[in-house]
Design a protein around this ligand. Structure first.
Ligand SMILES: Cc1cc2nc3c(=O)[nH]c(=O)nc-3n(C[C@H](O)[C@H](O)[C@H](O)COP(=O)(O)O)c2cc1C
Length: 180
């Protein structure tokens, strides 16, 4: 490779090191780090640049407990912060040919930026999608037009927690050069 021969290995390393962290130690995560993470969500691409998102940063212990309760796994209670990603379908780009709403995709891109940012800062993060949506709405006063898409749990990885093995399909199963 001639172009980006410095950047690509670093980027690949970051992508490879990101994993779903499901055990956190008690060290607090600074406001500056959380700001640095959400800044990467703000800069994410979105269809037609609609940016149909908002991010609720939850650091306060009582509210953290309530958010963790909307998911209900013990390990989530160890997280030192949550970032709740909300999307608004009426603000998102809609594909004219079939009416497909781009909100989920846009918010997902922002969330992946944040997972990678957390990794780059030495933090662990886990994307949580299997939460009780109505309970989360109530806990965080989310208005009807905003949909909770993901909860990201964040904290310093517990040293005793093993990093899970990456299980992925083989490249030949998922990539085709040319037609299907
Ligand atoms: C949309 C989405 C929803 C997810 N929801 C959950 C969840 O509710 N609980 C959980 O423990 N992990 C959840 N994950 C994490 C996946 O299980 C994880 O990314 C996958 O097993 C691959 O492992 P890795 O992230 O460690 O590479 C979710 C990931 C995505 C992208």
């Amino acid at each position: 490779m001639e172009v980006n021969e410095i950047d690509y290995p670093k980027f690949f390393d970051l992508v490879s090191r990101r994993y779903s962290c499901r055990g956190y130690d008690e060290a607090p995560v600074s406001r500056e780090m959380l700001m640095a993470i959400v800044e990467t969500a703000r800069l994410a691409q979105s269809a037609c640049n609609k940016q149909p998102w908002k991010f609720l940063v939850i650091g306060e212990p009582e509210l953290r407990r309530e958010v963790a309760g909307c998911y209900g796994r013990d390990w989530a209670g160890e997280a030192q912060a949550f970032i709740v990603a909300l999307g608004n379908s009426s603000e998102a780009w809609v594909r004219p040919c079939d009416g497909h709403n781009g909100m989920d995709v846009d918010v997902a891109i922002a969330c992946e930026n944040m997972c990678l940012a957390a990794t780059s800062l030495g933090l662990g993060a886990c994307w949580i999608g299997n939460f009780d949506v109505d309970a989360l709405r109530r806990v965080l006063d989310v208005p009807a037009e905003w949909s909770p898409v993901a909860i990201l749990s964040i904290g310093y990885p517990k040293p005793s927690q093993p990093v899970p093995e990456k299980k992925r399909k083989n490249i030949d199963e998922v990539v085709k050069w040319g037609k299907f």
